[in-house]
Design a protein. Structure first.
Length: 129
């Protein structure tokens, strides 16, 4: 049996600060890696921010292929870790509250939130599985 070191991150992620949020995410992943983390799990919509108003979707990105996913994939390859991070996903004009997973092998997949909270129904479509 092999041990798994898991790092759970809580960070402030304001809407409209995607570049800063991503920079903080990168810093947290590097810090977790320095403490031997194998998997770093970051907050729901932590990259683009979660606020319960229409600005939440302003910086939505494609998953895979968006700049945040590409940044995290490069970081995961560099450090040899897996990263699970939250982002507002834009899929042809439909928005999802999405967790993506990347690792040393590259993009691994995503999960779109199935059970949205009351305010999220105004902004996101629910996932299907």
């Amino acid at each position: 049996m092999q041990d798994l070191v898991l790092a759970m991150v809580a960070q402030h992620s304001p809407v409209g600060s995607t570049e800063e949020n991503l920079a903080h995410t990168v810093d947290w992943v590097r810090s977790a890696h320095a403490q031997d983390a194998d998997l770093v799990v970051l907050p729901e919509i932590g990259i683009t921010g979660h606020a319960g108003h229409p600005d939440m979707v302003r910086d939505a990105e494609s998953v895979p292929g968006g700049p945040a996913e590409q940044t995290l994939t490069s970081l995961a390859r560099e450090l040899g870790v897996h990263i699970c991070a939250g982002i507002c996903e834009n899929d042809r004009g439909i928005y999802y509250n999405t967790q993506l997973l990347v690792g040393p092998e590259g993009y691994q997949g995503k999960q779109r939130k199935v059970h949205l909270s009351g305010d999220e129904y105004f902004h996101f479509r629910h996932g299907t599985g």
